[in-house]
Ligand binder design. Structure first.
Ligand SMILES: Cc1ncc(COP(=O)(O)O)c(C=O)c1O
Length: 426
């Protein structure tokens, strides 16, 4: 379907055909949902043996009675688990409760209000505090900034990560920029893996930026590969150590999309100084994390053989869903300019760009036809996609058949909205 050279008459005919198809689909009263970026019931079931795994043995190998208070940094074995996911020494990892988002919010709050390196380092000592947000990005990162009153400044994502020329330029021009959000592997939502050059340039940012600059390196999809030979993400911890900027990056991960999403273990990895600064404040919030659950996770992965073996089971469930989305997109838009997407090889999302000005309309039309899509604009700070073109597709929860059906509706809505726009502009 190529609209660029279509005559008015051809467009009108096409509109009528597509509108008739849309009416037929509407009459089916579908109820499908492509919004939920969470594991399916089948996926969480892979980890049900967590339940009861301790069999009454509450002492970790390191000799800790995990039932009791204490151990702010988490048990050593759980810190090692986080270290293996993030590629850092275990001594630089803190293993916490079930949510990395909580850890991110806490680190941001400490950095903003209390200071990670003493009270004078608090960002809010300055009149203006800004954060760089690669877009499209993860809405909950943006909500953290909004909650803390930190102004967000966008920078475009490219196929190799954030546009680093722009990032460097902005940092040189504005010392009130205190950090940047990054999802370096299978980025939410674009699925992009940051290139080696991008990682290297991010490691150098601490030299360009003003004092207190922190990259929030949210490696939520560090091991969520869908292929056997995934692209390796360069190690930011080592790159920063080499550049002498180890304080400028704070890393996060969790087992949320590895075991049980609501009761996993989350990790923060940081330089000695950052970790010490964070722990000082964390000690006012908690006496220690859920170490029983940490030990359950350590034992669970020991039984699974390896993290990798376990993640392959997830991949087998997710792969056909991704394949269905990509097949529909390729068939409908592979030979035209009605949409653009990255062919993600891991993570949880596929990000789709309509022609400018159509995302909201497509989301509304799909809703009318019984297919829920993530609200247009959700992938941008303040819910504002200036091009009104980005839509995040999350195919993990529905069955393969449901994904297939929902994608038929999706591509139809994109086509119909595009034809109507072309008619308007003709
Ligand atoms: C990029 C990213 N970070 C963090 C999270 C949430 O992580 P957690 O469950 O550990 O709080 C998500 C969930 O979708 C995510 O996509």
């Amino acid at each position: 379907m190529n609209l660029t050279n279509a005559s008015q008459e051809q467009l009108q005919n096409l509109e009528q055909t597509l509108a008739a198809e849309f009416s037929t689909i509407k009459a089916k009263n579908l109820s499908l949902d492509l919004t939920r970026g969470k594991p399916s019931a089948e996926q969480v079931s892979l980890s049900d043996s967590l339940d009861g795994i301790l069999k009454g043995n509450y002492t970790s190998k390191s000799g800790i009675d995990v039932r009791n208070y204490g151990g702010l940094e988490g048990i050593p074995e759980a810190r090692e688990l986080g270290a293996s996911i993030l590629g850092v020494p275990a001594s630089n990892v803190l293993a916490g409760g079930n949510s990395s988002l909580t850890l991110m919010h806490q680190v941001m709050t400490v950095a903003h209000i209390f200071g990670l390196n003493g009270p004078e380092s608090a960002w809010n000592k300055q009149s203006s505090v800004k954060f760089l947000c690669p877009v499209p990005g993860y809405d909950r990162h943006f909500s953290v900034c909004e909650h803390l009153g930190i102004e967000m400044v966008t920078v475009p994502m490219t196929s190799t990560g954030p546009d680093m020329d722009k990032v460097e330029e902005m940092l040189k021009a504005d010392s009130s920029i205190k950090g940047m959000w990054c999802v370096p592997k299978y980025s939410n939502p674009t699925g992009v893996i940051y290139s080696d050059e991008t990682v290297e340039r991010i490691a150098q940012l601490g030299k360009i930026a003003g004092d207190g600059f922190r990259v929030m390196w949210d490696n939520a999809y560090a091991i969520h590969d869908l292929t056997d030979n995934p692209v390796q993400l360069a190690n930011i911890f080592e790159a920063c150590a080499k550049a002498g900027t180890e304080d400028s990056v704070i890393q996060f991960a969790s087992t949320s999309k590895i075991t049980h999403a609501g009761s996993g273990v989350a990790f923060v990895a940081a330089s000695d100084a950052n970790l010490a600064g964070f722990k000082k404040s964390l000690g006012f919030i908690t006496i220690g994390p859920d170490k029983v659950n940490q030990l359950r996770h350590v034992n669970f992965f020991a039984e699974e053989g390896s993290l990798n073996a376990h993640m392959k089971k997830h991949a087998e469930i997710i792969k056909p869903r991704f394949a269905s989305v990509l097949k529909h997109l390729e068939e409908a838009f592979g030979d035209n300019d009605l949409g653009a997407w990255e062919s993600a090889e891991g993570g949880y999302f596929i990000s789709f760009d309509t022609r400018p000005g159509l995302a909201q309309e497509v989301v509304d039309m799909a809703d009318e036809a019984g297919v829920k899509l993530t609200p247009a604009g959700a992938t941008f700070p303040y819910g504002n996609d200036p091009q009104d073109s980005n839509i995040r597709i999350a195919p993990t929860v529905p069955t393969v058949e449901q994904v297939d059906e929902a994608m038929q509706v999706f591509v139809l809505c994109v086509k119909l909205a595009s034809v109507r726009q072309a008619l308007k502009n003709a």
